[in-house]
Design a protein around this ligand. Structure first.
Ligand code: KMH
Ligand code: ZN
Length: 277
């Protein structure tokens, strides 16, 4: 059994700085978080950025500056979110790829997202996938519900493997509107993942209070981990998360307990088919 990929998703697009003061929203805060999470053994950073007022943005200049700063300051794999916020138009979400990340997320279907709808039409998914193939960007296929794995099977059979040839999936569990963050749901997904191309890997993250059950289920099922304040802002009952590092440290401890120690960024690159730096 392999070691564990630890992805940190430090910011997201849903929490406000006013409500969650520990959220990294400036470039300096993001870079400092990335460095500390790398020192704790994260290997991938899933990035959403904010504007000068700490609102979610897909501004091209800021995205490019963010990719450059993270590459200069860390060895982490930089994965930009192409999901953005639920209000972001498709053109802006496609343009995320112009910022030149090594990886980008690619969600496999539309899902209710709390009171909102996270839109991912089939043609848009195909567009994202084929552009990533052409530009040498490795996707992380985001799965919010079981049927989205079937969409991924369809995508790969009609449009081919991603750049690098390796398929990596991230199960985002416990979104109100998506699959629950339970061991049973994770096992159901894992059964379908077995029918994807040989060697397909998966990570999982549980929103809110499902974070710990999902960590334990994923490690037990041979999966990897994503943690961070994009998904979890309460550390334990009545205790707000103090920092992303607190969540990464807990994930690393669980991975070590499971005898699946964290993979380094270069090991992660090798596993995922991301070119070495
Ligand atoms: N913020 C969500 C609407 C992704 O990063 O690709 C979408 C999301 C998925 O976070
Ligand atoms: Zn995201």
């Amino acid at each position: 059994m392999t070691g564990t990929l630890i992805t940190v998703a430090p910011t997201g697009a849903e929490s406000s700085k006013a409500d969650v003061p520990a959220l990294p929203v400036t470039l300096d805060e993001l870079v400092a978080t990335a460095k500390e999470c790398e020192a704790l053994a994260a290997s991938i950073i899933h990035v959403h950025i904010r504007d000068a007022e700490a609102r979610p943005t897909l501004d091209q200049g800021r995205l490019r500056a963010t990719v450059a700063a993270l590459r200069e300051s860390t060895g982490l794999i930089v994965q930009l979110s192409s999901g953005g916020a639920v209000t972001d138009p498709e053109t802006d979400r496609l343009a995320v790829l112009d910022a030149g990340p090594e990886m980008a997320s690619c969600t496999m279907g539309t899902v209710n997202f709390g009171d909102d709808v996270f839109m991912n039409r089939w043609d848009f998914i195909v567009d994202l996938h084929t552009r990533m193939q052409e530009r040498g960007i490795v996707p992380e296929f985001e799965i919010f519900d079981l049927g989205q794995l079937t969409t991924l099977q369809r995508l790969l059979s009609k449009h081919g493997l991603p750049f690098g040839g390796h398929v990596h999936v991230d199960l985002v569990m416990g979104v109100p509107g998506g699959m629950p963050g339970t061991a049973a749901a994770l096992v159901a997904c894992e059964r379908v993942i077995r029918d994807l191309p040989a060697g397909t890997t998966f990570s999982a993250t549980g929103i809110g209070r499902s974070t710990i059950p999902v960590i334990l289920a994923s490690l037990s099922a041979g999966g990897h981990l994503r943690v961070g304040m994009e998904d979890t802002i309460t550390y334990a009952k009545g205790r707000p998360v103090e920092s992303n590092m607190q969540l990464v440290a807990r994930a690393v401890a669980f991975a070590r307990l499971a005898e699946r120690p964290p993979l380094s960024p270069s090991q992660a690159r090798e596993l995922l088919g991301v070119p070495a730096r």
